[in-house]
Design a protein around this ligand. Structure first.
Ligand SMILES: [Zn+2]
Length: 242
């Protein structure tokens, strides 16, 4: 499963296609091809785990499950879900959700929920948690992209460990101070994650994600499955609030 900062990192590498004219589109996702006749790609943005390709009156949102499903000038053996073709280049998206929307991304997405955006608003997330998701497990809520956009399994594991909160804790039972700290961690770690990607060292620097023992007390790390995604927990450091 992808993480928001990985999408942002790749987006920065795609910036060279900004200002280029699309020669055609292809792929197994049905979209209105006439929209793309000589359309100029004005901007590439992200929202959470979505790439946003912005044109004059519309944009294409591409949500990818894995960063490895985006190939530039390379193809897999299967048909891509969606491809942009430029004069001599192409960007191919595999195993992705594509949607074409009229208007601007800001009309569709609440940038205040994106962990990598300057607009990120921890206070509104905190009230969303406490009012609408109080009975849910924090481990589930963190991956819910409609509450917080851009958290994947690594960010969830590492930030809950830093905040010393067990992922099965119920939101209503977690002290408010701890939730505030957790949201601050999410924002800080997303920034660190982006920096670590530049040297390909996210996993090396992770404290417990895919590790055997807690670095602090050497307790064996436990793998828990929350939702359908694995998370790593130190049962000694991380308190279960229930
Ligand atoms: Zn520990």
């Amino acid at each position: 499963m992808s993480e928001g900062p990985s999408i942002l990192f790749l987006k920065n590498k795609l910036q060279r296609y900004k200002g280029k004219t699309v020669s055609k589109i292809s792929g197994k996702t049905e979209v209105d091809e006439s929209l793309f006749n000589n359309a100029t790609l004005i901007d590439i943005q992200t929202f959470g785990k979505n790439f946003l390709f912005v044109f004059k009156d519309f944009f294409v949102a591409v949500e990818v499950n894995l960063v490895g499903n985006v190939l530039v000038n390379k193809q897999k053996k299967v048909i891509a879900h969606f491809s942009f073709h430029f004069d001599e280049n192409e960007i191919n998206f595999y195993d992705s959700e594509i949607s074409v929307q009229k208007g601007k991304p800001v009309d569709y997405f609440n940038f205040k929920t994106d962990i990598s955006k300057p607009e990120f608003d921890a206070e509104s997330i905190l009230s969303e948690f406490q009012i609408k998701h109080a009975d849910e497990k924090i481990g589930d809520a963190l991956l819910n992209q409609s509450i917080l956009a851009g958290i994947g399994p690594i960010i969830r594991t590492e930030t809950l460990y830093h905040a010393k909160i067990h992922p099965e804790s119920l939101i209503k039972s977690i002290p408010e101070k701890k939730l505030i700290f957790l949201l601050k961690m999410v924002q800080d770690y997303a920034e660190e994650f982006l920096t670590l990607l530049k040297t390909d060292s996210v996993e090396k620097n992770a404290l417990i994600f895919e590790k055997k023992n807690c670095p602090k007390d050497k307790t064996p790390v436990i793998i828990e499955t929350i939702g359908s995604t694995k998370t790593y927990v130190c049962p000694k450091c991380q308190k279960l609030f229930k």
